[in-house]
Each structure stands twice: as structure tokens, then as C-alpha cells.
Write a protein that binds this ligand. Structure first.
Ligand code: NAD
Ligand code: ZN
Length: 260
């Protein structure tokens, strides 16, 4: 018998899952926090309304217009972010989401993270809406390449094909989302979901908050896994104020206990 609130919530969520065929997981920096990656606010403490040592806010440094006018600035802070991510790997939370594909007809991951951990953990239907920092793109000839990390990469990198300027294939501030990815996302929404999870994100972007709010109003079970309150906390049926790894692992254990 469940004894704690946490155990009761896990049981409730697992029962809802047992009546579901399709699940959407929306994830943010919080799911990678237990891998040792700083969250958005954590990167070099730069996201606290302070200016960078180059005298601009981090949002300006990591913006599309800065990439066009002073790419060395954008690259400097991208490289700093990459250095903080280097050598880290996906964790049990990413792994459980990937394993859940064996239990459900359709599992889709919509992530804001640029670390590529969902792919590496084995999830096959991932929409990395902000791109992947290990993918580089030439601004002149559109040559694309992927690097395991930025060690050995000259910053800013030069295209090996044409000598042009390269950029990380990520969505910078002020930039539009990729239409290929928004189309994929819309196709997933058209198919619909039986449950929606929001894991480790503050949900400040409308395209991240909206699927949760819309599902909630349509009475589709919505679950949040986040120790803090966020933009979507009042639009979830079950709010689990715990960390991603312990929660998703407990859900996995429960599902395997009750459906051997
Ligand atoms: P955020 O940093 O704004 O918010 C992180 C959220 O995760 C917070 O609500 C926090 O309470 C929660 N959290 C922290 N530890 C957690 C844990 N162990 N389990 C569950 N939740 C936990 O992140 P965001 O909402 O994803 O927005 C950040 C933006 O920064 C995105 O655009 C993203 O592309 C970028 N970013 C990406 C990475 C990455 O790729 N790993 C890291 C930092 C920032
Ligand atoms: Zn090129």
C-alpha cells in the first residue's frame, strides 16, 4: 500500500499510463540537471540579469543578430556552455523515457535541450525544438557536420568545405523555430496524446506551455515533474514536486511491478 504522498502520486500516474496508448514528454534543462548540466539560470550565473564580461546581456550574446554581426561573441558563450556540458551523459530520467517506447504505441519527446541526451538515451521520436549544439552548419555553403564536442574545434569554426563561417545548429534568441520541426510537432498534435508530461522546464516559451494548457482544458491527463512552481503548475492534474530521476524511475518500477 502506498504510504507517502509521493508513492500515491506515482501510483496515480502509473494507473493513468496503463490506460494510455500515446504520451508526450515535454522536457527542459531540469531533466539534464542531474547529469551535472547547469540549467538555464545556472550557466556561469549569466542568466541573472547581469551583463557578460563583453558588456551585453547573455540573451544578446546568444542572439541571431549577434551571430550575424559579431559571431565571435556568440561563439564564446556557446563554447562556455559546451564546456560546462562536456563529458556529461544522459541520466536515468532520459533512459526511462526511452524505455517507455516498449510499453506504449507512441511516445514523443518535445525538448528544449540542446544536449542531445534524449537521442543518446535511445528515444526515437524526439523533436529537439531548439536544435543540438553538436551540429554545426556553414552559413555560406550550408555544409552540415556533427562534432562529439568542441575540443579540437577552432572557435569560431571555419567550414572545411568552403572556408566559410560556421554556426551551431541551434535556435538563438530572436530566431524562428525550424519549420521542419514545427511541422513534425503539428503532425504529432494532430494524432493527439492520451497524456502529457512536463519535466524540468519553467515553460516560459508559449510552444512549450501551450500543449500542457491545451491538454489540461481538454481533460487529457497532464503531469508536471519539477521541484519548483512554473508557468504550467496550475494547469496540471498531478504536480509531482520532486526531481526527474527519482520520479521517472519510480514510475518505471511501478509499471513493471504491476504489469510483469
Ligand atoms: P530553465 O533553466 O529555465 O528551468 C529549469 C527547470 O528545471 C526549473 O523549473 C527547475 O525547477 C527545474 N529543475 C531543476 N532541477 C530539476 C530536476 N532534477 N528535476 C526536475 N526539474 C528540475 O530551463 P528551460 O525551461 O528548459 O529553459 C531553458 C532554455 O535554456 C531552453 O531554451 C534551453 O534550450 C536552454 N538550455 C538547455 C540546456 C540543455 O541542453 N541541457 C541547459 C541549459 C539551458
Ligand atoms: Zn561552407
Amino acid at each position: 500500500m502506498p504510504s507517502t504522498d509521493f508513492e500515491r502520486q506515482i501510483e496515480q500516474v502509473a494507473h493513468l499510463m496503463q490506460n494510455s496508448d500515446s504520451i508526450l514528454f515535454i522536457t527542459g534543462a531540469g531533466i539534464s540537471a542531474e547529469s551535472g548540466l547547469p540549467t538555464y539560470r545556472g550557466i556561469s550565473g549569466l542568466y541573472n540579469d547581469q551583463h557578460t564580461e563583453d558588456g551585453v546581456r547573455i540573451e544578446e550574446a546568444l542572439s541571431g543578430s549577434m551571430m550575424q554581426t559579431r559571431p565571435e561573441i556568440t561563439w564564446k558563450y556557446m563554447a562556455q556552455m559546451e564546456a560546462a556540458f562536456r563529458g556529461k551523459s544522459y541520466n536515468r530520467a532520459h533512459e526511462v523515457i526511452a524505455l517507455l517506447e516498449s510499453k506504449f504505441e507512441r511516445v514523443c519527446v518535445l525538448t528544449q535541450n540542446v544536449d542531445g541526451f534524449h537521442h543518446k538515451a535511445g528515444s526515437t521520436n524526439v523533436i529537439d525544438i531548439h536544435g543540438n549544439m553538436n551540429d554545426l552548419l556553414c552559413l555560406s555553403c550550408r555544409y552540415e557536420t556533427s562534432v562529439p564536442d568542441y575540443s579540437g574545434v577552432e572557435i569560431p569554426p571555419i567550414c572545411t568545405n568552403c572556408g566559410g563561417q560556421m554556426r551551431p545548429d541551434v535556435v538563438l534568441f530572436e530566431e524562428m523555430l525550424s519549420t521542419r520541426k514545427t511541422t513534425h510537432l503539428n503532425q504529432e498534435f494532430q494524432k493527439g496524446f492520451d497524456m502529457v508530461f512536463s519535466v524540468g522546464t519553467t515553460s516560459v516559451f508559449p510552444y512549450i506551455a501551450h500543449p500542457v494548457v491545451a491538454a489540461y482544458h481538454a481533460n487529457i491527463p497532464t503531469i508536471e515533474i519539477n521541484p519548483d512552481r512554473t508557468e504550467v503548475s496550475e494547469f496540471v492534474h498531478i504536480k509531482i514536486a520532486e526531481k526527474a530521476v527519482a520520479t521517472l524511475n519510480a514510475i518505471w518500477m511501478y509499471l513493471n511491478r504491476s504489469t510483469p
